[in-house]
Design a protein around this ligand. Structure first.
Ligand SMILES: Cc1ncc(COP(=O)(O)O)c(C=O)c1O
Length: 417
């Protein structure tokens, strides 16, 4: 079944040929059942095949599969904007939709360039923004994404992300350091009046599930205001209730100028977008951006239903509750196992970072993930050093399912350590 006609450029963390999914579970044709704590890398926040999302897709497919958005308007995009508007950080009142997270980031950068008339973008070290050439240039979580593809587009400058555990400093020291370096980036690499945007993941994803110290996002906001630079929050992974709020920036009441969204927005149907302040629209010339599948009809229908489900089922609250259940269990394990160097996160976006003698240990993380697989539980790693296991379960998860996951992880951990 798995054959050579399928490109080997994709890596696979398992060989499972999945037949169907329901809630937190995958099923294969042989009747095996797997607890999915990956959510398709943060996509299936409403669980696999949420009945209301499936129903919306079915209903839309009988009416109109595709109404090209340069040619006609359609109801699903209107529904989606109506669902999204009330949950946005205040002031983000205008939307553009496209297909993938990388395209959302590209869109945000294009808007920032037109709105400011400036060429450059500052990113943070460890970030992941996508796999197109521009977004690869903006991605510094691992060299594996860039190797052999250089040179990448210019105009991208990198400043340190405030990753306290990595530096071995307290939160305040780390915050001050990263801020100082960001200011130095504006002096040494990209002048403020040549800087269109500073883009930040409000909770670093692929780079290691790092929560920035309190006040850092506000300091970035203030710096952007001081110099007329646009602040872009990349919420592709941290958005859609994942961290216990609809969007992660809402934990600190930050309003970016542009916010990117994808993954959790469509429950698995490819859709992404940006939300931005309408005043920036003036300079984004009509026709200067778009795409055949932009604001795709079926995807908008799935996304409108997804956002409705998130509100009706209070998935942000569930993410917060299940996240604290998870966090206290992991903190207990950390006390028993010194190899768990750090446990951190928000809501259901949580990291366990493995170390030996104070150094990153990727071998342990990989072995634990493999043991979890033997327990029929799917987990993902992350981090520049591959020494982190990320916890990213569907947000419809029940208390019992979370306990089940923690139990399988604990068994796996015991086998490895
Ligand atoms: C923060 C962030 N931005 C952008 C992307 C790129 O999204 P996509 O893979 O849909 O292009 C990702 C993907 O993991 C991401 O985590």
């Amino acid at each position: 079944m798995i054959n050579n006609a399928i490109s080997s450029v994709w890596t696979h963390s398992t060989d499972i040929v999945v037949d169907r999914g329901e809630g937190c579970w995958f099923y294969d044709k042989d009747g095996n059942k797997y607890l999915d704590f990956t959510s398709g890398i943060g996509v299936t926040n409403t669980g696999h095949c949420h009945p209301k999302v499936v129903e919306a897709i079915k209903a839309q497919s009988e009416k109109l599969l595709f109404g090209q958005f340069n040619i006609v308007y359609h109801q699903p995009v209107i529904d989606l904007v109506n669902e999204l508007s009330p949950v946005m950080p205040e002031g983000l009142d205008t939307f553009f939709f496209t297909c993938s997270g990388a395209e959302a980031v590209e869109s945000a950068v294009k808007l920032a360039k037109h709105a400011t008339g400036r060429p450059n973008v500052i990113v943070f070290n460890g970030s992941f923004h996508g796999r197109t050439h521009l977004t690869m240039a903006m991605t510094t979580s691992k060299t594996g994404y860039r190797e052999g593809y250089q040179p990448l587009p210019g105009g991208i400058f990198v400043s340190p992300y405030p990753y306290a555990y990595y530096y071995g400093w307290d939160e305040e020291t780390t915050k001050e350091f990263a801020l100082k370096e960001l200011k130095r980036t504006l002096l040494g690499q990209s002048k403020p009046d040549e800087t269109a945007a500073i883009i930040i993941e409000p909770l670093l994803g692929e780079g290691g599930y790092v929560v920035p110290p309190a006040g850092f996002l506000q300091a970035v906001r203030d710096l952007c205001d001081e110099y007329g630079i646009m602040m872009i929050a990349d919420e592709v992974q941290s958005g859609f209730c994942r961290t216990g709020k609809f969007f992660c920036v809402q934990h600190e009441n930050i309003v970016p100028d542009i916010m990117t969204m994808a993954k959790g927005l469509g429950s698995g149907i490819p859709i992404s977008g940006i939300a931005y302040k309408r005043k920036f629209q003036e300079n984004w010339r009509a026709g200067s951006h778009g795409g055949t599948y932009s604001a795709n009809t079926m995807a908008c229908a799935a996304a409108a239903a997804t956002v409705r489900v998130m509100k009706e089922e209070k998935l942000a609250d569930n993410a917060a509750a299940r996240g604290s259940q998870l966090m206290s269990a992991l903190k207990e394990l950390q006390e028993k196992y010194p190899a768990i160097g750090d446990v951190r996160g928000r809501g259901c976006m949580v990291a366990t970072e493995f170390v030996s003698d104070g150094k990153p240990d990727a071998t342990i993380a990989k072995a634990v993930i493999n043991e979890c697989l033997k327990e029929n539980m799917l987990m993902l790693g992350c981090g520049t050093f591959n020494n982190i296991i990320r916890w990213i379960p569907p947000l419809i998860i029940s208390e019992d399912e979370m306990a089940d996951g923690i139990n399988r992880f604990t068994k796996s951990l015991k086998k490895v350590l």
